[in-house]
Each structure stands twice: as C-alpha cells, then as structure tokens.
Design a protein around this ligand. Structure first.
Ligand code: BGC
Length: 258
C-alpha cells in the first residue's frame, strides 16, 4: 500500500487553503478547500480553522505542512511582519500538532513556494542558485541551490540604503518594491520596474544567482513589468501560481517527517 498523501495548508492574510497533494505529480489529490482567515488571526484561532480543514479530508492521513508568512526555525515562528504579533516565539509545530492530533510542520511561505517551483514549476530541473521572490504585501524570498533550500533568507527585509527608487536614508526593500508599495504609492509599471531593477541588481551583487523567479499574485501580469527590468540575470514568472504554497507545504511536511 502506498503512503497516505500529505496535506498542504497555505495560511494567507485573507484565506486559509488546504488540499492533499500527490507528490508524484505536484497536483492536488482532491479539490482544495478555502476558509476565510479569522480576525484577529491569532495562533489559536488559526489552529481552530486547521481542525475544520483537516476534517474535510479524512483520507489524507499523511503529515501536514503549513505555510507561515514569517521566519520559522525548527517549528518556532521568529517574526511577524504582516501577521499578528502574538505569533512571535510560538512553537507552531507543537501547537498545531496538539490542536489537530496530527504531525504538523510549518515552513515560511516563500520557502514553500520555492520548494514547489524548483520541484514541479518554473525552475524544475534547474541547477545552481535559484532565487524566488514573491511580490505581494511584503517581499518573500527562497534561495534554492541545486535543489536544496537555504531557509529564511528574508531578502525582502534587506536594508537598501537609498538604493531603491532614489529614496533617501535606509529603507527596507519590501517597503519600497513590494506589490503593496506599487499599489499604495500608485506607481506606474515603469516606476515600479525601476525600483525592482534596483532591488534585483542589489541581489545580483550579493548572490550572483543563476535564475530569478517571480511569484505572488501580480506575477500573472508579469508581461507588464518583467520586460521593463534592466538586470543581467534571467528572470521568469513562477508557474504554480496559487498552488505553490499548498504544494510546497506538503513537500516540506514529508521532508520534515523524515
Ligand atoms: C516576511 C516573510 C514572508 C514575506 C511574504 C515578509 O514580510 O518577513 O517571512 O515570506 O513577507 O509573505
């Protein structure tokens, strides 16, 4: 008998989405379920949603992976840039495992997307250093070298010291170049692309990657801004779109469960 499929859960700002994942193909093994994110999205409130979500998939008895939009070290959440502060210091693996009675492993949201894209998506089979950036409310990042993830790279939090879009003084990269910055400052695609060029050039200088992948909801409009970037490294849109979190979380769960 083959192992029961793992279940991936993508914990986002507006929705919590889950599905069992067929690791042979990277596809969902059953139709995805989405439950609105509770407000406030405290760890306990979110755990209650996971219990509800798991009940929808009685056959998916394998390990459970969960994305978290913050630093995660050995199951403990270390930062909360865009989520409730009460997450900081929480052993989320322990909390969710206890709440659900299942083996649960959390992973940074961008790291999950990076794992999924390198295994099944835009960077499948790519060797060398692949850097995924997700352009959303913040900027998430995943650094994957020859298929191996270096977790918690947090490249959205680089201090860019005036180097993005002519800002003066030190600035956190995601505050200048995320999709939220584009929306709130009502930047044109050209203006935003100029900031992204500064940002990716900074990453090029630091890491000399072989490939950049661009994820996040705005990546479906990549033809409107990627051609405007002036950088040396190949840069392409991620392809798994809103499946990446769920699939990557499931991959992480299986890996972490050993
Ligand atoms: C957080 C990252 C996260 C990213 C995307 C950033 O603000 O620090 O951990 O991956 O947002 O959600």
């Amino acid at each position: 008998m083959s192992a029961p499929p793992p279940l991936g859960i993508d914990f986002g700002g507006t929705g919590i989405k889950g599905a069992p994942v067929d690791l042979a193909t990277g596809d969902f093994a059953a139709e995805r379920v989405r439950i609105p994110t509770p407000r406030p999205a405290t760890p306990d409130a979110v755990a209650a949603v996971f219990v509800e979500l798991l009940a929808a998939f009685p056959e998916a008895t394998g390990p459970v992976g969960v994305t978290v939009p913050g630093i995660v070290r050995h199951g403990v959440v270390g930062s909360a840039a865009n989520i409730d502060d009460s997450w900081i210091g929480v052993d989320a693996d322990a909390l969710f495992s206890e709440a659900t009675g299942r083996e649960v492993h959390v992973v940074n949201d961008a790291d999950a997307a990076g794992l999924a894209e390198v295994r099944y998506g835009a960077a499948a089979g790519h060797r060398g250093l692949v850097i995924l950036t997700t352009l959303g409310t913040g900027i998430g990042s995943a650094m994957v070298h020859d298929g191996v993830l270096v977790p918690n790279s947090e490249l959205g939090h680089l201090l860019v010291d005036g180097a993005i879009g002519g800002s003066t003084g030190a600035a956190v990269a995601e505050e200048r170049a995320s999709n939220r910055a584009r929306e709130t400052e009502e930047l044109s695609m050209e203006e935003w692309a100029a900031r992204l060029t500064d940002y990716y050039r900074h990453l090029e200088r630091l890491f000399s990657p072989d490939l950049f992948l661009v994820g996040g909801g705005i990546s479906k409009r990549s033809e409107e801004f990627l051609p405007l970037l002036d950088i040396d490294t190949e840069i392409i849109p991620a392809t798994l779109r809103n499946k990446a979190g769920v699939v990557g979380a499931a991959l992480h769960a299986v890996h972490a469960a050993g």
